[in-house]
Design a protein around this ligand. Structure first.
Ligand code: GLN
Length: 527
């Protein structure tokens, strides 16, 4: 990096080491992140809420602990993180990007975030996302659109940060936190990571507790981290994952030491390359990226094996039946009685209808309609049951493949980041096609990682996806490290967004206040 590096640009693992060596303090690190947010949030709109006071309070406690005994510091002591607004945070507004949750302040903490605080992490605030995690661009958020810190060479067009975890990917890529939580139902960790040059891992279904995570499609939803390096992803996932009695689908299976796994032997590993992922119309660039990945593995002493996952083609249509079906049922709880928004109505039915029609955005309504339709009597067998059968076949394809290979390598997305608003008038299916390489992994419940593989001709990041055996996140991350070692970590782009940063302090203060209040203000304006 050309300019002098400020603390918020450190990787999580470097910051951890510097904190323990007493080269920096948690307060300094947190303040660096808070000023970076202040300078960037007007342009990038990654944070919906900034919890500066809470962050500084937590950082102070971490400094006290580190001063008392740095050797016994907890895993993430003093590390400032951003939290996707899908995770319930005790007393801090949680909207899931939806108007219908209004000013909901959960009276409890999600297990994943509690695990992070118990590991000593510091909470910077809540990050924007597609409404109820439905989308691939963070454009369906009720609270405005998040912007990708990356721009094409010589262009000043704003690009999407991917979705649904676009607040998380944008914040991490721009250095507005050292890592962020995210969630992935069909690709929402991996696709935004690919669009922003960051690393994202969706662990095996059941690794991270879903308790306190706003539900989209419960049989597919999984939490995971977005970070600036593979090692950071390993450290964060280690802290996030746990067996949790509060989530009946949580799995009691010890997670090995993921940081240690990164240095384990790689030579001789078998890498599967599925021919079905060579989809029609795949760009030359993505094809070249994939070839590059294969080459890196060959050079590293891996064995490349051609494999077949014959039901890949059916995965996307089946996903867009299963996910809306579960969403239509999960979202039935937003009725104006229990949480957030309530619209006036003549009677109770009218109140329900008014609340739901004002509270949900267009994409969410589309999913509820599709979901209700595919679950209705007379259509259930033709759609939902059929989709579940397809799901079993997809899982079986992977089971067969993993008899011969250790991991599977594919591109993460069919294209690099696209322009904000550029798909506004397009058929919704065009947006759904973003998930073509990622949904299979959720359908089969497997761990999947996106790691930067290089830049497009226009200078935009591209991601490679590594898919692993159930509960084998260690090998997935190990394989990711090989790519990162060969390609290098993506830099934080030149901060075009900080144009106003040098303005007088009172101006910056005003901006920070505005960022704190943004969701309410916009909510009023919009309606
Ligand atoms: N883009 C996909 C969808 O809209 C996946 C979203 C997600 O993983 N949460 O359903």
């Amino acid at each position: 990096m050309s300019k002098t590096m400020s603390l918020n640009e450190l990787t999580l693992s470097d910051a951890r080491d510097k904190l323990r060596a007493k080269e920096i303090t948690a307060i300094e690190l947190t303040e660096a992140c808070l000023s970076a947010i202040e300078a960037a949030n007007d342009a990038l709109k990654a944070y919906l809420v900034v919890t500066g006071d809470k962050a500084l309070e937590q950082a102070k406690k971490s400094d006290e602990r580190l001063a008392a005994n740095a050797k016994d510091a907890r895993a993430l002591e003093g590390i400032p993180l951003g939290i996707k607004d899908l995770f319930c945070t005790d007393g801090v507004r949680t909207t899931a990007g939806s108007h219908i949750l209004g000013n909901f302040e959960p009276p409890y903490e999600s297990t994943v975030t509690q695990n992070l605080w118990d590991a000593g992490a510091v909470m910077l605030g809540k990050l924007n996302m597609d409404e109820f995690a439905m989308g691939s661009s963070t454009e369906t958020s009720y609270y405005g659109q998040t912007v990708n810190p990356w721009r094409a060479k010589g262009s000043d067009e704003n690009l999407v940060p991917g979705g649904s975890s676009g607040g998380s990917s944008s914040a991490v890529a721009a250095g507005l936190c050292l890592g962020a939580t995210a969630s992935d139902t069909g690709g929402s960790i991996r696709q935004p990571a690919a669009f922003t040059g960051t690393v994202g891992i969706k662990p095996t279904y059941g690794r991270c507790s879903r308790y306190g995570m706003v539900a989209f499609a419960s049989s597919l939803d999984q939490a995971g981290p977005i970070t600036r390096s593979i090692k950071d992803a390993a450290l964060m996932l280690q802290a996030m994952a746990s067996y949790d009695l509060k989530d009946s689908t949580s799995v009691d299976r010890p997670l090995p030491d993921l940081e240690k796994a990164l240095t384990q032997k790689f030579k001789g590993l078998k890498i599967g390359v599925p021919k079905e992922y060579r989809v029609d119309g795949m760009s030359k660039e993505i094809e070249a990226l994939w070839e590059k990945g294969i080459d890196i593995y060959r050079q590293a002493g891996a064995e490349i094996v051609d494999i077949s996952l014959p039901h890949t083609k059916a995965a996307l249509p089946a996903y867009y039946i299963v996910a809306p079906a579960e969403a239509s049922s999960n979202l039935a709880r937003y009725d104006g009685v229990r949480y957030g928004l309530r619209a006036n109505g003549r009677d109770i039915v009218d109140m329900y209808e008014e609340t739901r029609s004002h509270g949900f955005g267009a994409e969410v309504k589309r999913r509820i309609l599709i979901g209700t339709y595919v679950l209705s009597a007379g259509y259930y067998d033709a759609y939902y049951l059929k989709a579940q059968k397809v799901r079993s076949l997809i899982k079986r394809d992977f089971d067969d493949a993993f008899e011969t290979v250790d991991v599977v390598l594919t591109p993460t997305t069919p294209t690099p980041a696209f322009g904000l608003g550029s798909k506004k008038d397009a058929d919704p299916v065009e947006m759904y096609l973003n998930d073509i390489f990622t949904v299979t992994v959720n359908m089969a419940g497997l761990p999947g990682l996106s790691v930067p593989g290089g830049l497009s001709a226009e200078g935009l990041p591209l991601g490679l996806q590594i898919i692993g055996k159930p509960f084998d996140e260690a090998t997935v991350l190990r394989a990711g490290q090989v790519i990162e070692d060969a390609v290098g970590r993506m830099p934080i782009p030149e901060p075009w967004w900080a144009g106003d940063a040098a303005k007088p302090a009172d101006n910056a203060k005003k901006k920070a206040e505005a960022a704190d209040n943004a969701p309410e203000k916009k909510a009023k304006k919009k309606k």
